[in-house]
Ligand binder design. Structure first.
Ligand code: MN
Length: 231
């Protein structure tokens, strides 16, 4: 048996301070996980069960990359996010054991074609092309839990050309990392290499060609993304 064409390379994330890499299996994203962001999206923050969407594994982008302004949008947005990486799989994981399944944490940017997302939302259609397009998931090198523990508080911040656009604290997450891992694992079996983007604080806004967007999280360093011309 052979493949009829070469299989795609395995998408992967850098590991801070190491030449080893993390093979990415799936990218789960949680919606509206900071109250002030839920309000700016026109929704009431609450403790209704969280909702999830996915990005393709090969949408990951390295720190420092320049990405072209994506096609078919006039409203391309940044979203600063804490990223958790699953190292040990499982299903029906109780919240109190959930952190044992996390390998590490990183800084991420859930890039969004906001016009496509909102149009789909308002029409009751899937969001996929607003969220899961090419190069939509810049993620900085991952720090292992052995080095940084499990960050549950600390500053999360995003600047565009040096101007602060998003500024919050990880303690403001409506659903915590262990809660998210547990809830997801009751819906789908988690596997090593699954990546979870944990939601963005208030202050999302547009990026344009030439912008330099920097996301930083206390203890996890920075993620720099430059926006290039339209493809
Ligand atoms: Mn997001």
């Amino acid at each position: 048996m052979g493949y009829v064409f070469d299989p795609a390379p395995v998408p992967s994330l850098a590991v801070a301070g190491s030449v080893d890499r993390i093979p990415v299996r799936r990218i789960f994203c949680i919606g509206r996980n900071y109250a002030a962001h839920a309000r700016e999206m026109g929704k009431d923050p609450d403790r209704d069960p969280p909702f999830f969407f996915l990005k393709p594994a090969d949408s990951v982008v390295e720190d420092g990359a320049t990405i072209p302004y994506p096609p078919e949008t006039e409203n391309f947005h940044h979203e600063a996010e804490l990223v958790a990486v699953i190292g040990t799989g499982g299903r029906d994981i109780p919240t109190e054991r959930a952190l044992e399944h996390v390998w590490g944490y990183a800084v991420g940017n859930d890039l969004t074609r906001r016009d496509l997302q909102l149009k789909a939302r308002d029409q009751g259609r899937p969001w996929d092309l607003g969220k899961g397009f090419d190069r939509s998931a810049p993620i900085a090198p991952v720090y292992p839990v052995s080095a940084v523990g499990h960050p549950s508080k600390g500053s999360i911040r995003l600047t565009v050309n040096g101007e602060v656009r998003q500024q919050a604290d990880l303690s403001e997450l409506i659903w915590s990392v262990p809660e998210i891992v547990s809830i997801l694992s009751h819906s789908m079996e988690l596997r090593p290499g699954d990546v979870i983007m944990t939601g963005t604080p208030a202050g999302v806004g547009p990026l344009v060609p030439g912008d330099i967007c920097v996301v930083s999280i206390e203890g996890l360093g920075e993620l720099t993304t430059r926006i290039g011309p339209r493809e």
